[in-house]
Design a protein around this ligand. Structure first.
Ligand SMILES: *[C@@H]1O[C@H](CO)[C@@H](O)[C@H](O)[C@H]1NC(C)=O
Ligand SMILES: *[C@@H]1O[C@H](CO)[C@@H](O)[C@H](O)[C@H]1NC(C)=O
Ligand SMILES: *[C@@H]1O[C@H](CO)[C@@H](O)[C@H](O)[C@H]1NC(C)=O
Ligand SMILES: *[C@@H]1O[C@H](CO)[C@@H](O)[C@H](O)[C@H]1NC(C)=O
Ligand SMILES: [Zn+2]
Length: 300
């Protein structure tokens, strides 16, 4: 720790500067979001499935998962949405508080992943509860943002530390490849798992996760889904779990300059797979709570 801080500080400064100039990857990679939304579709109620299909553009062919990475693709056009992919927390505290942590780098309140989930949940809920009302919000976008951000909040390093930009400024090697810790958790663990265990086939991986959901995690699912006080979402809980996992697993033994290999990969993969499962199950639970009857959607 001491040696990496003194030797690595220049590297980190350079990495930080580079990161300020180059847009970083924001969220689980394409695969991660696809997995979350595929799992979601398995758990949607009939009403929710109906509403989701109504909101999806024709290009999705009824498949929510096909568009769950859309918010990452449009982040350059919708510049305000960048901060909505994560919520950074004070360094080494390992906890999250909405009022303290949910803001963007200019200090604007509610500009973070949990604020965004709340925003889009409310847009959908209000429109669905009162089909006769006129809202100016694009509910297709609300659905896609909500689906994406519920995935993101389950990626532990999306609720990481402010000082290292959620692991973005921690340069590491993933086996022989130079990358950063955030990217390892967004992409590399999933990509390596696909190659090593799932014959490079995403649907095989999804099936394996689904088998765990119906088998060894079946008793946990109702706890994952549950929100106290009949709340539609329990954002603060999801974010708190993430920062806790970030401290216990993501940051641990991943100091700047370290090389992450089998030991790190094999011990962290089960965490990643469980977070994907929880993200999928919870997104379904949220959508099921939003779309509780066939009153229909008031699309502006
Ligand atoms: C809420 O959603 C609207 C429509 O996408 C957006 O303009 C606004 O910035 C969002 N606010 C937050 C806090 O996410
Ligand atoms: C809603 O947003 C989607 C995606 O950006 C866009 O294709 C569609 O035209 C928008 N719908 C309306 C009614 O503006
Ligand atoms: C399934 O659960 C077992 C036991 O916790 C775990 O070791 C394994 O990695 C999980 N597999 C998937 C695909 O989630
Ligand atoms: C939750 O909602 C159900 C059904 O509307 C109601 O019976 C129950 O009392 C509510 N629970 C709380 C804690 O508000
Ligand atoms: Zn994202």
């Amino acid at each position: 720790m001491i040696s990496s801080m003194s030797i690595g500080s220049d590297d980190r400064l350079i990495a930080l500067l580079v990161l300020l100039l180059i847009p970083t990857v924001l969220g689980w990679g394409k695969e991660g979001h696809y997995v979350v939304c595929k799992i979601t579709q398995e758990y949607l109620s009939e009403d929710a499935l109906f509403a989701v299909k109504q909101l999806l553009p024709d290009s999705a062919h009824g498949d929510l998962a096909a568009l769950c990475s859309w918010p990452d693709e449009i982040r350059f056009h919708y510049h305000w949405s960048s901060a909505s992919h994560y919520a950074d927390t004070p360094d080494f505290l390992c906890n999250y508080q909405y009022y303290r942590d949910c803001h963007d780098s200019y200090g604007r309140k509610h500009r973070c992943v949990t604020g965004a989930i709340h925003n889009y949940t409310m847009q959908l809920k209000l429109a669905y509860a009162d089909a006769s009302s006129k809202f100016n919000y694009n509910l297709t976008e609300a659905l896609l943002f909500l689906s994406h951000f519920v995935g993101d909040v389950h990626q532990p390093l999306h609720v990481g530390f402010t000082g290292d930009l959620g692991g973005n400024s921690i340069t590491v090697r993933w086996y022989r490849r130079k990358t950063n810790l955030h990217h390892v958790w967004d992409n590399m663990i999933i990509e390596s798992a696909l190659k090593m265990f799932y014959g490079s086939d995403l649907s095989t991986m999804i099936q394996a996760i689904q088998r765990n959901i119906t088998d060894i995690w079946s008793n946990d699912v109702s706890i994952w889904e549950h929100c106290a006080h009949n709340y539609t979402t329990c954002l603060d809980w999801y974010a708190s779990e993430s920062v806790s996992l970030a401290c216990k697993f993501a940051y641990r033994n991943a100091t700047p300059g370290s090389t992450l290999k089998d030991e790190y990969f094999l011990s962290r993969l089960p965490i990643v797979e469980k977070r994907l499962a929880q993200g999928g199950v919870r997104l379904a639970a949220i959508l099921n709570r939003i779309f509780t009857s066939k009153t229909g959607i008031a699309q502006a």
